[in-house]
Design a protein around this ligand. Structure first.
Ligand code: ATP
Length: 472
């Protein structure tokens, strides 16, 4: 039997949302290509975020380069500490992230109702720091390899997730640079540039969307954990002492962003970190209920002045705000909101996906696959159907289609029964279908059908654009 994730994967490929990268060469693990509909959906997710985050007074945008000075990653701690614990099974040779192996095991115990044991293991996991701590949990609990079912494990080792490359023709240590594993550091090192070139003063933020790369030990669950992905991050610089109120503010803003784009509160949960990074004063993840269980889609972090102070130390350049009137000076504290564009793309796709029984034109019930995207996210906003290819109907449909195309991505579909055309559009999540029939010639009215309610209404053809604007 296929899982909901399998159905989603097959729909994604069939309708051109997501393809495996380098598929004709057997694929490249952890990388995916966005097809014609996927690229629209991804752009819409990014656009919705960009508007929510930067179309306001206190946030500026930025687009920093992917390759940056290697010292940045020393200052940020990534060279020393951006590691994951890794373990191999001796029988299957399968490699796992030791912490996620334990987390998956905990989720299994919870599903079986063994909550006490799950809690005990969870608190050991939260306290684990050394490779041997992860190893002892796996050995003590006899956690089996999901591939072979055996418990014959190697030791645990730490593995740095940054991809390395070289600048210039000589490949040696002095030319090593890294593909950025997060967009945040590009923001921190431009803090002074933005402060000095705009009229901002704390509290203010800098937002950026861009690619990030992590050499993940295990890539799995489709777009959830990939080696190349996009992040949408914002660092909000505040006066020390006000970080708690801004942390609460940003958590609420970000939670509501998902809700306003059509996610129900029942598929979201807030997960405060039990184990905080040494520099953090608070951290809460927003998790989404994926078909495989709960998974983080966004982190809201209170990072103190850790990053700016470190860049000040490593670069020797002051990273302070000085108030020109009061002469007060301080290194701002930072609240960070960090969300994966690709991971939230997957969450929006899962959230929208439904398979249901509906009444077909012939009166029999049939299965319909539908993507109930919020209209702002839907890759195609409307489809125009001339009922037949004669009687002058295409001549009415064509100018309407061309006019709508000036504003939105729309499709024209002239083939098959109207029922079939509805199903095709439902499957790609088009919120509105507009049918031109013989009656249109008489009364200039068209039928607009709503994807979710499947209700139809007649409106004048001259008001279609207005109608769509109001509903998108
Ligand atoms: P995880 O624990 O799942 O590895 P993380 O805590 O390391 O994630 P952050 O560094 O806080 O994640 O990254 C912020 C966001 O970037 C995550 O919430 C997620 O949406 C996205 N992200 C991180 N790693 C990946 C990845 N390998 N593939 C896709 N998206 C990712």
């Amino acid at each position: 039997m296929s899982s909901p994730l399998d159905s989603l994967l097959s729909l994604s490929k069939r309708r051109g949302f997501v393809f495996q990268s380098s598929e004709i060469y057997g694929g490249l693990n952890g990388c995916w290509d966005y097809g014609p509909l996927g690229v629209e959906l991804l752009r819409n997710v990014k656009e919705a975020w960009w508007k929510a985050m930067t179309y306001r007074d206190d946030i500026e945008g930025l687009d920093a380069s992917i390759l940056m000075h290697p010292k940045i990653w020393e200052a940020s701690g990534h060279i020393g500490q951006f590691t994951d614990p890794m373990i191999d099974n001796k029988v299957s040779k399968a490699r796992h992230r030791a912490d996620t192996l334990i987390e998956d095991y905990i989720q299994k115990l919870q599903k079986k109702g063994k909550n006490d044991l799950a809690t005990t293991i969870e608190s050991r996991l939260n306290a684990a720091e050394q490779p041997s701590d992860f190893h002892s949990i796996i050995i003590d609990e006899q956690i089996p390899d999901p591939v072979s079912g055996t418990t014959d494990w190697t030791e645990v080792r730490y593995f740095n997730l940054m991809f390395k490359t070289f600048v210039g023709p000589v490949e040696d240590m002095s030319n090593t640079v890294y593909l950025r594993p997060e967009t945040a550091q590009g923001i921190f090192v431009n803090f002074k540039n933005v402060l000095d070139s705009t009229r901002q003063k704390p509290p203010f933020g800098i937002a950026q969307i861009g690619k990030a790369f992590r050499n993940e030990i295990n890539t799995k669950n489709f777009l959830f954990r990939t080696r190349e992905f996009e992040q949408m991050e914002m660092q909000y610089f505040v006066k020390p002492g006000t970080e708690k109120e801004w942390f609460d503010y940003w958590f609420e803003q970000r939670w509501n962003w998902f809700i306003n784009l059509g996610m129900d509160a029942s598929v979201l949960r807030a997960k405060p970190h039990e184990k905080l990074a040494h520099y953090a004063s608070a951290a809460t993840d927003i998790e989404f209920l994926f078909p495989f269980g709960w998974g983080e889609i966004e982190g809201i972090h209170s990072r103190t002045d850790f990053d700016l102070k470190n860049h000040q130390e490593f670069s020797g350049k002051k990273q302070e705000y000085v108030d020109t009137v009061t002469k007060e000076r301080y290194t701002p504290y930072v609240i960070e909101t960090s969300v994966g564009a690709s991971r939230s793309f997957m969450a929006f796709l899962c959230n929208a996906f439904a398979e249901e029984e509906v009444m077909a034109e012939n009166g029999n019930s049939e299965k319909r696959s539908v993507l109930r995207f919020h209209p702002l996210l839907a890759p195609v906003k409307a489809a125009v159907f001339p009922l037949t290819s004669k009687d002058g109907l295409p001549e009415i449909a064509e100018p309407l289609y061309r006019d709508l195309q000036k504003t939105w991505r729309v499709q024209m579909d002239e083939s098959g029964s109207i029922g079939k055309r509805y199903r095709r559009q439902d499957e790609i999540g088009t919120p509105f279908c507009i049918t031109i029939d013989n009656q249109t010639i008489v009364d200039q009215a068209v039928t607009i059908r709503n994807r979710d309610t499947m209700q139809q209404e007649r409106i004048n053809i001259s008001t279609v654009k207005e109608y769509l604007s109001a509903h998108i």
